[in-house]
Design a binder for this molecule. Structure first.
Ligand SMILES: [Zn+2]
Ligand SMILES: [Zn+2]
Ligand SMILES: [Zn+2]
Length: 360
């Protein structure tokens, strides 16, 4: 687009499209005037304005407030002259080669472009400005206020996020002092957002922590299945030839490496541990002091909840847990949820390990 400057009033500028399909001499004369708050006038073409804004169409054709002879005048007050010129340039660019607003223009006139695009209903420009407005600790409170005046929820969210992240610094700014003294509703909204964000953050961290536990548990359960039911062909079995291993599984390579070796070491400890020898009930083991055996007890316990093998299962205590399930509160909501999560993660663990080693 070319902007020609006229040296004397009443016309200060004539807006022309930068690229055009028709020859220059075919461009019609500007047929609308835009007047800014300092009284200057810009000659523009209605077709570029009305193609982007129904509000401008209404102001130009349906109810023009003022006219210069036969030419309608659109007043855009409250915004600096250069910002209005930039706004019109954006409308012209959009008409000729798709939406275009430069980052430097948003940096310089972002606030005014947002206000104009909101009032005159130019959604693509409002969206672009909302996304690219630069938020600093000094201007973020003003941007929050502006986002609410201009109904720009994306900018509201960006502003609230920046305020929360730099809250100790933001509270020292003039913008925050103004809000605190004059807009308690907005102040409350900011404080509530911070509180909600912190709660959500804590919940997310807790969920991530739980997920790590579920993954570790499901991997251990899968490895236990590999050792006691499939039969590890690389490392020593906990009870050697007595394992009831299906023949089709005997040739499978061990894909668990150190996990398998460590778990087999713990299984051997569980078999030989003096502390739990001669214990007649499964519940008696958990009361003993040996932390290794207590951990293994929990592992066997979770395995038994997922074990669908009928008859004898090679995993230690599995059959006993199944018999004692009524005493172990297997019907509690928390227990069912835990087993459901561990069970579904175990399926993914099995699939991903097998895929990693090209077994399926
Ligand atoms: Zn193994
Ligand atoms: Zn022990
Ligand atoms: Zn079992």
């Amino acid at each position: 687009m070319t902007i020609s400057s006229f040296s004397s009033p009443p016309m200060d500028r004539v807006m022309l499209p930068e690229s055009k399909e028709e020859p220059w001499d075919m461009i019609p004369h500007p047929d609308v005037r835009v007047q800014t708050s300092d009284g200057r006038k810009i000659a523009v073409h209605a077709k570029f304005l009305i193609s982007e804004s129904d509000v401008l169409r209404f102001m130009i054709f349906d109810r023009p407030m003022k006219k210069d002879g036969d030419i309608p005048i659109v007043s855009l007050g409250g915004v600096p002259y250069d910002a209005v010129v930039t706004f019109i340039r954006c409308l012209y660019s959009s008409s000729s080669s798709g939406p275009a607003v430069k980052k430097e223009e948003i940096e310089k006139y972002g606030v005014h472009l947002l206000a104009l695009s909101h009032v005159l209903c130019v959604p693509w420009l409002k969206h672009a400005v909302t996304n690219d407005l630069v938020l600093t600790m000094d201007n973020v409170v003003d941007m929050l206020k502006l986002s609410q005046l201009c109904d720009a929820p994306a900018l509201t969210l960006r502003s609230l996020t920046v305020i929360r992240r730099h809250f100790p610094v933001v509270v020292l700014t003039d913008g925050w002092n103004f809000i605190r003294e004059n807009d308690p509703k907005l102040e409350l909204q900011v404080l509530r957002f911070n509180e909600e964000y912190d709660k959500r953050d804590k919940r997310t961290k807790k969920m991530k922590k739980n997920l790590v536990v579920y993954i570790a548990l499901s991997e251990a359960i899968e490895c236990l299945h590999h050792i006691c039911i499939e039969g590890c062909t690389v490392y020593r079995q906990p009870n050697g030839e007595n394992m009831n291993i299906e023949p089709k599984n005997r040739q499978k390579p061990c894909i668990w490496g150190n996990t398998c070796r460590n778990l087999q070491r713990k299984l051997r400890h569980f078999e030989d541990c003096e502390a739990i020898k001669n214990k007649t009930s499964v519940m008696a083991i958990i009361d003993e002091d040996c932390c290794y055996c207590r951990k293994m007890w929990h592992l066997f316990y979770h395995h038994s909840a997922l074990c669908d093998g009928e008859g004898i299962c090679n995993v230690p205590l599995c059959s006993l847990f199944k018999i004692s399930s009524a005493d172990l509160n297997h019907n509690s909501k928390e227990w069912k949820l835990l087993i459901k999560k561990v069970g579904s993660i175990a399926v993914f663990t099995r699939m991903s390990i097998k895929r990693r080693f090209g077994i399926c």
